[in-house]
Design a protein around this ligand. Structure first.
Ligand SMILES: [Zn+2]
Length: 386
């Protein structure tokens, strides 16, 4: 059957061994070229026994134009084009002209062939094997880089896949925004990213799991964040050294840096963590230690209905969020101040929880106290794991 079919095809189209073998790719093992050679060999024996001339491999294949012979040259180009980029794994994609793809389909249909493999699949595989042999790099689906090859023009495009690094940051001083803002020279993001950009030789994008205000410190074990490095020239970077270099800033410290996948990065950023805060509360008139204790006790376990704060109404959707307060502890300081330590759901605005935000947050410390209260100073002590 195979030999008969091959005979019909080759009578009409002069195909190379690759293109012949590929028609029967799903039958048996080995490369298409080996399969093509074997089929032609048997076919020509049969033809000889019938006194017919052999169907030899043509000078130029009618389907592929001997494109597989260009592989060594393309491998050289790939090596040249990627010389300055550090990578261990790669993937190949190829752009074949429509007329080649269509001609291949015509042959399948004309001879009712259902066992074939498309030409770019074979080409990608064979080019990948040759590149691996030359460089020792590994072909992988989730690769460091992707080569997009135009086999006939020899044009090669190199796509460098981004790197994701997870970590936690502590903001040790007030007065730095998380991400760049006008009127601020530095941000948590710029302090972290300048080290990453230098080390990886790519563009660094910082994303925090939530944010704290400019005047709020981020203490304890720190806030989770992810950096994405686009187009990195280097991938094997010592994260401990990056960590040390960022810590030298004296303003931001990072811990627990590790490489993660794009999917993990997404999960880090969308997960909502409980948070522990320490707020310094200023009370209008005066406050007694008993009143402070009383507020803390009443807040514990409460559900808070919080409409988007007045001060961020222009940058956040206006809606009512329902968040819970889990733990509270009050420490009286003087007749105008007490400290309030809180553990709450992520996304509860603490300054507004204290002031009440003109009735937009209910209940609030002001409500429970029966006196106006404000948050004079705030620190995020911890972002808790679930
Ligand atoms: Zn061919």
């Amino acid at each position: 059957m195979i030999v008969e079919r091959a005979d019909e095809v080759l009578e009409k189209y002069g195909l190379c061994d690759h293109c012949l073998g590929r028609l029967f790719a799903r039958l048996g093992k080995g490369t298409n070229e080996e399969r093509g050679k074997a089929i032609r060999f048997v076919l020509n024996m049969e033809r000889a026994s019938q006194g017919l001339p052999p169907l030899e491999e043509p000078e130029r294949c009618e389907l592929c134009g001997n494109v597989f012979e260009r592989i060594p040259e393309l491998v050289e180009k790939m090596i040249e084009g990627s010389g300055e980029i550090e990578f261990e794994t790669f993937r190949i994609g190829s752009r074949f002209p429509d007329e080649v793809i269509e001609k291949e389909r015509t042959i399948w249909e004309e001879f009712g062939i259902g066992t074939a493999e498309p030409i770019n699949r074979e080409f990608n595989r064979e080019l990948g094997k040759a590149f691996s042999r030359e460089t020792g790099k590994e072909a992988l689906i989730n690769s460091d880089v992707v080569f997009i090859v135009e086999p006939y023009s020899g044009k090669i495009e190199l796509q460098i896949n981004p790197i994701y690094v997870y970590g936690r940051y502590r903001k040790l001083v007030r007065g730095i925004p998380q991400t760049p803002l006008p009127d601020f020279e530095e941000s948590v993001a710029s302090i972290i990213c300048r080290t990453f950009s230098k080390a990886f030789g790519g563009k660094c994008i910082f994303k925090g799991a939530g944010r704290e205000d400019v005047d709020v410190r981020m203490l304890g074990s720190g806030r989770p964040f992810v950096v994405e490095i686009k187009g990195p020239k280097r991938r094997r970077v010592n994260l401990k050294e990056i960590s040390r270099e960022i810590d030298v800033s004296g303003k931001v410290e990072v811990t627990g840096l590790r490489f993660i996948s794009a999917k993990e990065a997404e999960e880090v950023l969308t997960k909502s963590h409980r948070k522990e805060y320490l707020a310094l509360v200023l009370v209008e008139g005066s406050v007694t230690p008993e009143e402070a204790e009383d507020v803390a006790r009443k807040l514990r376990g409460l559900e808070i209905r919080q409409r988007t704060p007045w001060r961020v109404r222009k940058v956040r959707a206006d809606k009512v969020r329902v968040k819970r307060v889990y733990e509270t502890e009050a420490r009286w300081i003087d007749d105008k101040h007490f400290e309030l330590r809180l553990v709450t759901d992520g996304g509860l605005y603490i300054k507004e929880l204290i002031s009440g935000d003109k009735g937009r947050t209910k209940p609030s410390v002001s409500d429970l106290l029966g006196k106006k209260a404000w948050c004079e100073r705030l620190d995020v002590l911890n972002i808790l794991e679930d």
